[in-house]
Write a protein that binds this ligand. Structure first.
Ligand SMILES: [Zn+2]
Length: 60
């Protein structure tokens, strides 16, 4: 994590799923270690994983 990301890492805006547009709950429950460490969401509607800014995470 860069200094800039850690400084501005708290995203207070509502995050919406990049795929289906569903608003993600403000209080998140990390589904895996990466989400616990870095923040992020898993869309309850379509299962898309995204980071805390609502950018889709492409799994490799
Ligand atoms: Zn979705």
């Amino acid at each position: 994590m860069s200094e800039q990301n850690s400084k501005w890492g708290l995203n207070l805006k509502v995050v919406m799923c990049p795929k289906c547009g569903k608003e993600q709950p403000r209080v998140r429950r990390p589904k895996n270690l990466r989400q616990a460490l870095w923040g992020g969401y898993t869309c309850e509607s379509c299962g898309t994983e995204m980071d805390k800014f609502g950018k889709e995470i492409i799994k490799k």
